[in-house]
Design a protein around this ligand. Structure first.
Ligand SMILES: [Fe+2]
Length: 375
């Protein structure tokens, strides 16, 4: 006849402190978890560790079934199996919203004994995850009959409650991430629509903005800039000439050199672009980049004559991408000048008109990395 291990003695102080420290560590780990698999992994390891059990399981409610999603056990139990809520103890725990402590599984009518007979399990404790509206359960199993102590049950419930909070956090984070993605898609869609509007008006701008955006992005990536910075370069690039919408089409397509007055009018486009976008929520930074895309490193650009670090890095990247793309493309007043001429322009004015690091990145892309110019 088996003896029942009695663990009703209060935990000794040192053991209690160790358990609390370990529990605190697990709570911290759970609060940092970013996906459900990590939550389950942390829980299944810590349950055995903190309760001294021989097996731990993580069960998820799947409609009318209990899905035994994870386990950590001296020998396999039910990982990957589904059982109807009505016949398994985790189902009972979830339906009754209360823990189950079973010192002897062979004398408890809630246990489907045929399923347990082939396992080592003699005693178990199971607690619901989210007591008010259970979404699952966490359980531990022992190979010897024993009384589960109030401390063990408390630890198990703290783990379940913390797991519930962690799973809620993950759920809300996924909703926020999906909303952020929707917002980003909306921004990109809006920018593309704006770009198309300008390009409808000016045949020579058609494709130019997109290509400048792509070249700018390649430079930003070559410079090792952050994802956020790269996105700003690309987005600003897509609409950098939006201000041309206010300039007469005949002027934009004039097949001859512009007069001084005409050129002065063309030069208003960076400020006009800024004015169009500066008050659009989430696009104010893009507006600033557009405002500065014709500024030059030595202060000879427009509209403000900014120089060096006064000019946003993203705007300086677009300046190089813009000049490069313009020179290799046909214009109403001249044929394409070619890549060699574009490279010469950048090299000759490296550190004069253009930021030296950005020129170096462009040269490295074209000469050493075989960068293919976007069509
Ligand atoms: Fe421009």
């Amino acid at each position: 006849m088996e003896t029942i291990r009695n663990q009703t003695e209060p935990l000794k102080t040192s053991q209690y402190i160790h358990t609390m420290e370990r529990l605190l560590h697990v709570v911290q780990e759970l609060s940092a978890a970013r996906d459900q698999e990590t939550v389950m992994d942390i829980v299944r390891h810590s349950v055995r560790d903190l309760t001294g059990s021989d097996g731990a399981t993580f069960v998820l409610r799947d409609h009318d079934f209990c899905y035994y999603a994870e386990e950590d056990s001296i020998s396999p139990l039910w990982k990957g199996n589904r059982f109807p809520m009505q016949i398994c103890i985790s189902g009972w725990v979830m339906l009754n919203k209360t823990p189950a402590i079973i010192d002897d599984i062979y004398s408890d009518p809630r246990i489907p004994i045929d399923i347990y007979r082939k396992t080592y399990v003699k005693s178990l404790a199971m607690v619901p995850i989210k007591t008010n509206d259970p979404i699952g359960a966490i359980g531990c199993y022992w190979a010897q009959k024993q009384h589960v102590t109030p401390e063990q049950l408390k630890v198990l419930q703290v783990l379940a409650d913390t797991a519930a909070i962690a799973m809620d956090n993950i759920h809300y984070q996924s909703i926020i991430a999906a909303k952020a993605k929707q917002l980003e898609d909306a921004i990109d869609g809006t920018l593309m629509a704006i770009a198309n509007m300008v390009e409808q008006k000016d045949l020579y701008t058609a494709g130019h903005q997109r290509r400048v955006a792509q070249i700018g992005l390649a430079i930003a990536q070559e410079l090792g800039l952050s994802r956020e910075c790269c996105e700003k370069v690309f987005r600003a690039g897509v609409v950098h000439d939006i201000g041309k919408i206010g300039i007469p089409s005949e002027l934009l397509a004039k097949p001859a050199k512009l007069t001084e007055i005409e050129y002065a009018l063309i030069k208003t486009h960076s400020e006009a672009g800024y004015t169009i976008l500066k008050n659009v929520p989430l696009l104010s930074e893009i507006a600033q980049i557009i405002l500065q895309h014709h500024e030059r490193y030595n202060g000879s650009g427009y509209p403000q004559g900014l120089k060096r670090d006064e000019i946003l890095l993203e705007a300086q990247i677009l300046a190089v991408a813009d000049v490069f793309e313009s020179m290799i493309s046909h214009r109403p007043y001249r044929p394409a000048l070619g890549i060699d001429a574009a490279m010469d322009e950048l090299i000759q004015n490296r550190g004069i008109l253009y930021h030296p690091d950005i020129v170096d990145a462009m040269i490295h892309l074209v000469i050493h990395k075989g960068y293919e110019i976007p069509e």
